[in-house]
Design a protein around this ligand. Sequence first.
Ligand code: GLN
Length: 484
Amino acid sequence: MHNKTISELAQGLRDKAFSSVELTQHYLDRIQQFDGDLNSFITVTPELALAQARAADEQLAAGNATALTGIPLAQKDIFCTDGVRTSCGSKMLDNFIAPYSATVIEKFNSAGSVMLGKTNMDEFAMGSSNETSFYGAVKNPWDLDAVPGGSSGGSAACVAARMAPASTGTDTGGSIRQPAALCGITGLKPTYGRISRYGMIAFASSLDQAGPMTRDAKDAAIMLNTMAGFDARDSTCLDKPVPDYTANLDNSLQGLKIGLPKEYFGEGLDSGVATAIEAAIKEYEKLGATVKEISLPNTSLAVPTYYVIAPAECSSNLSRMDGVRFGYRCENPVDLEDLYKRSRGEGFGDEVKRRIMVGTYALSAGYYDAYYLKAQQIRQLISDDFKKAFEEVDVIMGPTTPEPAFNFGEKGEDPVSMYLSDIYTIAVNLAGLPGISVPAGVVNGRPAGLQIIGNYFDEARLLNVAHQYQQVTEWHQQGPARYL
Ligand code: GLN
């Protein structure tokens, strides 16, 4: 059962090969069996899951099921879930029981899916290795010495280890695509504004976007059908009709124009990953696509620009965590200032503090023009690079990450080398574009991901392009041997 995709499981439910309660119990058992090692869940919700599964079975019997009715899913612990702890991977919110659900969660609830639990993540989604979580690191199911990527590492690891058929992630600078690549699954970061951010704990509001993490592109299309759409409670959510993302999966790729940015294939790219990506491009040529070298000249400025804008926004967003209304509060504060200082000092981890300090500095009078304003100007140049490229090509392809999963501790002491692991993903967030990572090879036992970047609201095309590749290759069907 656990090797099936969402679309196969939905068929099994309709055919009564198994019930949602049986399916849910099977995944809960697997979580019990394997997650002690992997640590991909912060909270498992068996009672809720089984109650939702029972309701789904009734819905299935009544014949009014959706594509997700009765399908167990894992939700990143950044989405508020009514009545369930929502920690965002932080000690600061370890005691926070959300009093309402995020729009994404409400949409899954109305579709009749089942929540298995909340997945582990880097603290407040800041990280690329899942080492900054208050709840400890998540392990990569392909190799327990390797990081799963971050910040949606728990969501990636649980799908790779078949403890959930699919999960949700959020991507501010790569946090869906990078862990998807490192764990050998499919991860889609939609266009900024495609999915509501209401109830999704904010890191950097102009960059954050939710998306599906699945075994294949077809499942990502099914999930996106439910997740996407206008929400008046998020002023940056776009009021644009939601197409059926599964409708164009079988379109031919004959004549598709692929751009390969020369900046994505240069120094710093692991040779094994480069070989995997070159092989993937050859498959696309066989499918009728044409390939052209392009240039995104401001690529090298993406990481420094992001590390001004994201910390600036997070320093503002995280100011609400002050020990007063919710979250962690220090013991026996002597006065209000002591309460603020010690609650924040004790509640936040090192990486979060580093970002708050950088962001506060960048926004302070006298530095605002030199850092924040300059970063916003460069952000525009980065968007313009893509705009120009999309005048010539339909999609842009390259590696998702410069190397396969690295080992624990390898980059922890050096924030800059950690930040560079998002070098190919960050510009996409700065421009607000959609991007998908699909499994494209295994290098020394660790997966490599192909990133496909599309124009604004071109998710249907990205999913079609990814799906066609998955029709002629088997990388997406591979998984870590112990968990198959
Ligand atoms: N790794 C990047 C960071 O640490 C991106 C994280 C994300 O996308 N949430 O900020």
